[in-house]
Design a protein around this ligand. Sequence first.
Ligand SMILES: NC(=O)c1ccc[n+]([C@@H]2O[C@H](COP(=O)([O-])OP(=O)(O)OC[C@H]3O[C@@H](n4cnc5c(N)ncnc54)[C@H](OP(=O)(O)O)[C@@H]3O)[C@@H](O)[C@H]2O)c1
Length: 341
Amino acid sequence: MLNCAVIGATGYTGSELTRLLLAHRNVRITHLTTRQEKHIPLAEVLPSIPKDVDLRITPYDFEDVKKKADLVFLCLPHTEAMTTGDRFLQAGKIVIDLSADFRLKNPALYPEWYGVDHAFPARLRQAVYGLCEVNRKKIKKADLIANPGCYPTGPSLALWPLFKKKMIRTDFVIINAASGVTGAGKKLVAATQYCEANENYNAYKVNRHQHIPEIEQNCSEAAGKEVLITFIPHLLPVSRGILSTIYVEPSKKTLTGEAIRKVLEAVYSQDPFVRIKPAGQFPSLKDVRGTNFCDIGVSLDSRTGRLVILTAIDNLLKGASGQAVQNMNIRCGFPEGAGFV
Ligand SMILES: NC(=O)c1ccc[n+]([C@@H]2O[C@H](COP(=O)([O-])OP(=O)(O)OC[C@H]3O[C@@H](n4cnc5c(N)ncnc54)[C@H](OP(=O)(O)O)[C@@H]3O)[C@@H](O)[C@H]2O)c1
């Protein structure tokens, strides 16, 4: 049995992760933690758990977690996970961080996009970016896994093989993405309150969303040269799910949409959680809700020569806690699909 702790268990990713870990036969949950001073019955945060599960979310106590847990999931806000992650790594634990604190390789990007200097830049070199299908080999040996962001996951899975195989141009990438409201976390923010979000659809953080450098890092690594992107996130009035529409251009006029679709199909043929839609079919949020799937659909517009790729994920699963469990499975030698129905 692997002893696991979830730090920040009262939030959306923490509670979704707890739900998955409860169903995982190789895992024992040692701690679910909060900054609050009182003990919180898990059922208050996660009412769907079976009646006989008598777990509590308890005040965070580093020494106690250190004593009992082998692997620690950090479900904390950006910039709050750096120090906690470093302490658990010093204590010899495996750390899977769901925040952005260990995702970017270049420390100079943190003040620009997250408003803070990185407190432990050496950890950025140590961290393995946990995009499971791409970095599986490295994840197997990693003690610090930077779980990918929700917005970057779908576009990165779609674009990685196409950049790697030089099938698309590096100078034209536009991504429009729409996320359900849980993407913003559980904390109270005016823009995500019911009356603001309901029956609305709006762009936000236009050209300045913090996931831009992460997607650019992934595209650039795959392409072997710097790729800059235009990324426009939108708030969609649903609870969960991200649909991304990606506009790129094939590197050769002779490439057909079907050839590109078939390449993606071949690349992901052995991956349990990436599904390439048949020609003429496209992903939708309902198909991936409550699952760890990333669905991808492809269409080449023969009039304009532009390639449109659509991806859909559940932001709390493949975009966060599901991918975190998949990373744990890879790292700990469990079947990659363990813990998912
Ligand atoms: N939501 C998504 O779709 C999604 C997807 C991918 C990645 N992420 C990332 O995952 C992390 C968690 O996201 P979330 O959506 O679960 O957020 P959330 O719902 O706001 O939960 C954050 C958790 O952290 C605790 N917390 C809040 N402020 C803290 C602080 N200053 N110091 C220590 N603990 C604090 C909160 O618990 P207490 O107040 O009880 O202590 C809560 O359990 C974030 O870094 C987020 O960017 C989120």
